[in-house]
Design a protein. Structure first.
Length: 442
């Protein structure tokens, strides 16, 4: 199936725009008001978002989105600060990148970089913590574990460094050697791990599990260039056995590339069914996308987990499944980031992204700035959200439902996941599972 899907999708012209909840890299520029016209559209009664016109005269008409030289002669007459102002005045999601910032931006969407294969978080009062170790990475092979704290990188103390400084020291040329000295809770003293940096692929479908209740659980951490392929691989198990239902976990997934969201939606829909449309001021920004393949996922109930950190591409998937009555949403209202950014690269290694359109769901509604309400609301506290985000891969998903010796102190509950399981196991009409769907209220 995967080869056929890949072959057919290669024929489809999809806009490789990126959707992000927040500007990932702070560039130090202030936002300025752009005195341009406002272009509005009506979206099925939902509050219509406004597209603040970007001065496209600064970009060559024939420029590809990732052109090495997108600027016109008019743009060359502007000082860098003036060009940055014209970009960042569009909205809070439009920004200019330096070469280093653009490299980091590319890593997030391309799903690959040269390093050791860890995700780290920085605390103000403690050494940086490893929160995730990628399978088959240099770090995994060396023995680094989630929750290790990094004291030194190549004998340099990094305890007081910010996150970017630590990341820059861990990354380096492929084949170069690196030594980390870490603190592990169960170890009596710090441990040194040496390894070689190499190209690391970042998986985005990062947990696939068959729950004891006969439910297939799939978590997507973000949407990158390989997410569609990873998702197709994950659902192949549907050919091997029957399931009570599917849980698609999009919590804390802040988005990614648009075509990846469409690739994930495709198997839920019959060929030709609408998935999404986009609206903008240029012809290229006004597109409609439909499923390219016969429906692959069987007619079983589907629950999609969402929370306030589910944004952009996550909302495209959750919203399309909800309004098309393919799934019920469980959790909390999503973030409400439905704008689309086009990304342009420059010859100096930097680039910029600017809002050029908005997403419209198959029922002709917009979720921008209002989010998508769940069908089944389960509110989590901040601590519960953090527990979900930092749950190690080897920790049971449903300790309360699976383990008689469950201890709330040792393994915090995931009430949203529990509610999704209860919904999938309850008697209901599959065809009407999204009957109360509405992106503005539910």
């Amino acid at each position: 199936m995967e080869n056929n899907v890949k072959e057919n999708r290669s024929k489809r012209f999809r806009v490789f725009n990126t959707l992000f909840m927040l500007v990932i890299i702070a560039t130090g520029f202030f936002l300025h008001q752009w005195a341009g016209e406002l272009l509005e559209f009506t979206s099925g009664g939902a509050p219509p978002p406004s597209i603040r016109r970007f001065p496209f005269s600064l970009i060559r008409e024939t420029s590809d989105i990732l052109s090495a030289d997108p600027w016109t002669e008019k743009a060359r007459t502007l000082r860098p600060s003036e060009f940055a102002e014209s970009v960042e005045a569009v909205d809070q999601h439009s920004t200019v990148y330096s070469a280093d910032e653009f490299r980091d931006f590319y890593i997030d969407t391309a799903q690959e970089y040269v390093g050791i294969g860890v995700t780290i978080s920085a605390d103000t009062d403690s050494p940086p913590r490893v929160v995730r170790v990628f399978d088959r990475s240099p770090a995994a092979n060396a023995g680094i574990q989630a929750w290790d704290r990094i004291l030194q990188v190549n004998e340099e103390d990094v305890s007081g460094f910010n996150l970017g400084e630590v990341v820059n020291r861990i990354r380096g040329p492929a084949g170069s050697k690196i030594t980390l000295r870490i603190v592990r809770e169960a170890a009596p003293k710090p441990i040194a791990f040496s390894m070689e940096r190499k190209a690391v692929e970042i998986p985005t479908v990062d947990r696939i599990e068959v729950l004891p209740q006969g439910i297939l659980y799939i978590r997507i951490a973000q949407f990158g260039k390989n997410t569609g392929k990873e998702f197709v691989s994950a659902i192949r198990v549907l050919e091997e056995r029957s399931f009570q239902g599917i849980i698609l976990d999009l919590r804390n997934n802040t988005g990614g590339v648009l075509h990846a969201a469409l690739d994930v939606l495709d198997p839920f829909f019959e060929r030709g069914e609408p998935l999404l449309s986009t609206r903008g001021e240029r012809p290229i920004d006004n597109r409609s996308f439909h499923s390219m393949e016969p429906r692959y996922i069987p007619d079983i109930p589907v629950a999609v987990l969402v929370n306030p950190f589910s944004a952009s591409a996550s909302e495209v998937v959750a919203g399309a499944l909800k309004v098309s009555k393919k799934a019920k949403l469980v959790g909390e209202r999503t973030h409400g980031k439905g704008s689309i950014q086009s990304v342009y690269a420059s010859g100096d290694g930097g680039g910029f992204k600017v809002t050029t359109g908005y997403c419209i769901l198959p029922d002709n509604t917009s979720f921008h700035e209002i989010g998508i309400a769940p069908n089944i609301q389960v509110l989590h506290s901040q601590n519960e959200n953090l527990a979900v985000y930092h749950k190690p891969a080897d920790e049971p998903l449903l300790p309360f439902m699976e383990q008689p010796e469950y201890s709330a102190a040792a393994l915090p509950r995931d009430r949203q996941l529990e509610e999704a399981v209860l919904y999938l196991l309850s008697p209901h009409d599959n065809a009407g599972q999204g009957a109360d769907a509405s992106p503005s209220g539910g």
